[in-house]
Design a protein around this ligand. Structure first.
Ligand SMILES: *Cc1c(COP(=O)(O)O)cnc(C)c1O
Ligand SMILES: [Zn+2]
Length: 421
């Protein structure tokens, strides 16, 4: 495979082979996949992509693993929905929702897991593993089942009911850990040292895993008719997705699939697409660093209903912070109450039911729109990353029957009637 050069340290630039490596043994910097964009540009075209499958694998020329039969359940090519009713509510012009609730296990994690486990299988791993806030566990367990691999997934013990069921039903080993995600992640880092024959999606395979998020940018551009959006709002947990969405857009310009790069850019920014990050106030280490104008993303102890974003010590926080600053975007952080309002607003205006992480995106979009950061003259995309059925308990009693009645016409007419008459 000649379009991938190898792994490269994001800090010192040293090169490494395409193996299950994730840190530089010189400077401990994180490793990233490096591509030969000249080779890719020579072979790749919009037509070649259009002839591919309606999954993330239509972009295989920009992914780190070439496999005729990837480990997959059909992740990607999710709807990009024009959201005029929500736009009107928020005082925006052209607004789109990237609806990643439509992925096979109900979250955007299927994109990253399909890439990671395809690479894992190619490297000969028989066991897939991960540390998860919930969605990653479900996706790893499902894709491992599909590939005939064993799986060991670790989650915080107090996870939402639906996420526990989804992580368990595929028949792998689900380990509930008494602690928060950061405790689970630390344990997994130790386990990855002990069990080197296991493929940890977000530890030793993280460089490959992370690349899967670029497909969000690729799909958004293609679904917009090969036009770049002006501004994208992305939820932030570890910061990997945001960092790679930014990388995805810049790759499209590098290989000539998108033209120009000047339009929509803020004065002084060097990226053509503005990227803004969304966090919950109960876990907003990156948004806080942005607000304070510092480079130091200080770890926090999470306390938020947005459990899938509850990473207090985000591995890619620093890179996400810089990607946002470089693009001329911003960060926003929203309260639990605003998250619930965001879920309701998206459901009421556009018919899309999202989990708490989606509520974070929508509420942050609303906040940044009100502040004039996201503008009415911009083509805006908000990435909604998980399905609402995953976090129904977060809604509590705020949703339920409008009324409960006896099974009679009289009772219906009395209690409901026809207010639209
Ligand atoms: C994992 C996840 C994210 C983002 O995660 P990063 O670690 O920042 O890449 C966003 N939304 C949902 C629903 C998730 O599960
Ligand atoms: Zn290094």
């Amino acid at each position: 495979m000649d379009h991938v050069l190898g792994l490269r340290c994001r800090e010192c630039g040293r090169s490494f082979p395409l193996e299950a490596l994730h840190v530089c043994d010189w400077c401990f910097g994180p490793l990233e996949v490096a591509y030969d964009y000249e080779v890719i540009a020579a072979a790749l075209s919009r037509e070649r992509i259009a002839a591919g499958p309606q999954t993330i694998w239509r972009y295989r020329d920009l992914l780190p693993v070439a496999d005729e039969h990837p480990v997959e359940l059909g992740a990607g090519w999710t709807p990009l929905v024009r959201a005029d009713r929500l736009a009107a509510e928020l005082g925006l012009g052209e607004l789109w929702i990237k609806d990643d609730t439509a992925n096979p296990t109900g979250s955007f994690k299927d994109r990253v897991v399909s890439v990671a486990l395809t690479k894992a299988r190619q490297l000969g791993f028989k066991v897939a593993a991960c540390a998860s806030t919930g969605n990653l566990a479900s996706s790893v367990a499902a894709h491992a089942a599909r590939a005939g691999m064993a799986s060991v997934v670790l989650v915080p013990a107090d996870l939402e009911r639906a996420k526990v069921a989804m992580a368990a039903v595929y028949g792998g080993t689900l380990v509930a850990v008494d602690g928060n995600y950061d405790d689970v992640n630390r344990l997994c880092a130790e386990l990855a040292g002990e069990h080197q024959s296991w493929a940890f999606a977000n530890v030793n395979l993280r460089a490959y895993y992370a690349e899967g998020s670029k497909t969000l940018a690729f799909e958004i551009a293609e679904q917009l008719g090969w036009r770049a959006p002006d501004h994208v709002v992305v939820p932030v947990a570890s910061g990997s997705q945001l960092t790679k969405v930014a990388k995805g857009f810049s790759e499209l310009f590098s290989v000539g699939l998108l033209d120009g790069g000047e339009r929509g850019a803020e004065a002084g920014s060097d990226a053509p697409v503005r990227i803004s990050g969304a966090q919950a106030q109960g876990c907003s280490p990156v948004a806080t660093a942005f607000a304070q104008g510092t480079d130091d993303v200080l770890p926090v102890r999470p306390s938020t209903i947005a459990r899938s974003l509850a990473i207090g010590n985000p591995a890619d926080g620093y890179y996400a912070l810089h990607a946002v600053r470089r693009s001329g975007g911003a960060f926003g952080a929203v309260s639990d109450e605003e998250i619930l309002e965001g879920i309701g607003l998206l459901a009421r205006t556009e018919g899309i039911f999202c989990e708490t992480a989606g509520g974070v995106t929508i509420a942050t979009l609303a906040k940044l729109a009100a502040a004039g950061v996201v503008r009415r003259d911009e083509r805006v995309v908000a990435i909604v990353t998980g399905h609402g059925l995953k976090t129904v308990e977060a809604l509590g009693t705020s949703v339920g029957p409008s009324v409960t009645i006896a099974p009679s016409l009289a009772a219906f007419e009395e209690e409901v009637g026809d207010p639209w008459r």
